[in-house]
Write a protein that binds this ligand. Sequence first.
Ligand SMILES: Cc1cc2nc3c(=O)[nH]c(=O)nc-3n(C[C@H](O)[C@H](O)[C@H](O)COP(=O)(O)O)c2cc1C
Length: 222
Amino acid sequence: MEFADAVRARHSYRGFTSRQVDGKTLKQVFELASWAPSNCNVQPWHVHVLSGDACDRMREKMKAAASAEVAFNPDFPWQGKFSGDYKERQICSALGLWEHQGVTRDNPAKRAWSWMRNFEFFDAPHIAFIFVTDEFPELVRLAGDVGMYAQTLMLAMTDAGIGSCPQTSVSCYPDLVREELGIDSHYKLMMGLSFGYIDEADSANNLRTERDSLEKTTSFHS
Ligand SMILES: Cc1cc2nc3c(=O)[nH]c(=O)nc-3n(C[C@H](O)[C@H](O)[C@H](O)COP(=O)(O)O)c2cc1C
């Protein structure tokens, strides 16, 4: 795939088939992602990839917690509250998704279903969890490194014909994830990434988001 095509073909996909990505391809995309840059090349990411039964067990635990409305306990604060232009973009993004999922704003049950899709991993046969350790004092810069890694990973997946959805939502139950993986609380969960082959029949996958113009976001100086 041409680079620009891969960038434009990556979208957040929210509906997957049960077909698993084979082990060789999995290793190829995660190896490619490891070439992402990071501050001083510290490569702070610790990545766990769950497939098959491991993914299903995690999904069932997350669904049970979310259905029982177990309180979120994210390792990194998350409120999802924005203002001004940012709020407008957030609303636009939610309304766009709901439209493609057949959800209306005045239907709380359908809105709850849309939110619950996160904890079902959108039916994906795989989920990756990206952790960092608690020894980094400069959290904001660390998050930048993880972002570099995550986008490189998603582009590598796009190039391999694999769809993905980055998710803050699933990072709100870090204890469940650590328990399932058998890792200690020294590892902090930054985000999840559901991935697999996209379900073409799922209308949620037809969502295409907009971007502001270059004039609004970027100044060139000479
Ligand atoms: C760090 C991060 C966390 C995100 N968390 C979620 C999430 O929990 N659930 C979800 O459906 N989408 C999530 N998204 C996807 C965004 O909504 C999406 O990237 C944005 O609307 C732009 O759409 P696009 O990815 O299709 O270009 C997340 C994206 C990022 C980068």
